[in-house]
Design a protein. Structure first.
Length: 334
């Protein structure tokens, strides 16, 4: 999370785009600051700001501000809000994740003929939380760096497609039902940042619900890591197992811990309204920053690098995820 000299240039570019987006949103309220930030980011990221010197700061801006935003979101929620998801909401996420992992495995191994490590990385990235889950699983299963990078690129691009399409699709299917829309976004979109970004393109209530459903998926990361580690150990030669077992995994990210603590504190003592408003404002701004960075990071070269086979694999998985989530939402929550 430390900011060094190489980060500043990219961070400044992201902040300028974010502030510009908020200003333009005053005159284009139908688009909103989030959409404008992402569109401007994509255009400028593939034209004016293609140089490597911007990369470190842009990547920092995509990862860390949204984590702070999610942590601060805890100050605006209470345990009563979390209870609103109910046992059916928890069951929806668990069944959804298990089904996604199974589908990713079947498609990867039997349709696209992808190796086991890549299949598990794709399963973790799609079922849990994008690149963060891939980073957690990779050392446990002994995946190669090339496998990890390809999976990250494919999952990120799939998440971008969902970010662009789910706002309109969810409106067609669930209308103005923010809870069910949040369940769809939080149950399908890959990374935490993309979940918040997608939900922000709809409205603030959807951001809250989508984040809660997404955090349930993130909490399940530990079980996914253990499962894939077990499978990999059975497939790995004995001389490789010692190295795999030495891999360390961070079970819960810091922002989830802070998020949970703030919810408990707010539930027990009810934080002042000023803290609620400040946390909400900062969380929203960090969401705009996140989308500006996502846009800047989406390079045409990244799309080419994934290759036709892997992109087809990733996009088909994304499509199946959405269809599956819609079915499960009607079963568990509808």
């Amino acid at each position: 999370m430390k900011i060094t000299k190489k980060h500043w240039l990219g961070i400044i570019v992201v902040l300028v785009i974010s502030l510009l987006a908020q200003f333009l949103a005053i005159y284009l309220p139908q688009l909103g600051a989030e959409s404008i930030a992402m569109i401007v980011g994509i255009v400028l990221g593939n034209t004016l700001f293609t140089a490597d010197r911007y990369g470190a700061g842009v990547k920092w801006s995509e990862k860390y501000p949204i984590e702070m935003g999610i942590a601060l979101l805890g100050a605006t929620l209470t345990l009563k809000t979390l209870a609103g998801l109910g046992l059916n909401g928890i069951a929806y996420i668990i069944v959804n994740m298990a089904a996604v992992i199974g589908i990713v495995y079947v498609l990867g191994r039997y349709v696209f003929k992808v190796d086991l490590h890549s299949t598990m990385l794709m399963g973790a990235g799609n079922a849990v939380c994008g690149s963060s889950a891939i980073a957690a699983v990779a050392p446990v299963i002994g995946a190669k760096d090339d496998d990890r990078r390809t999976a990250v690129a494919t999952v990120s691009l799939t998440g971008m497609i969902l970010l662009l399409t789910l706002p309109g699709l969810s409106h067609l299917i669930f209308g103005h039902n923010d809870f069910l829309t949040g369940a769809l976004v939080g149950g399908t979109v890959q990374s935490v940042g993309q979940v918040v970004g997608t939900a922000a393109l709809i409205n603030g209530n959807v951001v809250t619900y989508a984040t809660l459903f997404k955090l349930l998926r993130v909490i399940m990361l530990v079980f996914v890591v253990l499962l894939f580690g077990y499978i990999s150990h059975r497939q790995t030669a004995s001389e490789e197992r010692a190295e795999v077992k030495k891999a360390k995994v961070t079970i819960l990210p810091w922002y989830i811990i802070v998020f949970a603590i703030l919810i408990v504190v707010n539930s027990v003592i009810t934080l002042p309204n000023l803290i609620h408003q400040t946390s909400h404002t900062l969380s929203s701004f960090f969401g705009v920053v996140n989308l500006a960075a996502i846009g800047l990071n989406l390079k045409w070269t990244t799309i080419k690098k994934s290759g036709v086979k892997f992109l087809s694999y990733g996009f088909l998985v994304g499509l199946v995820q959405v269809i599956l989530a819609i079915i499960l939402i009607h079963i568990f929550l509808g």
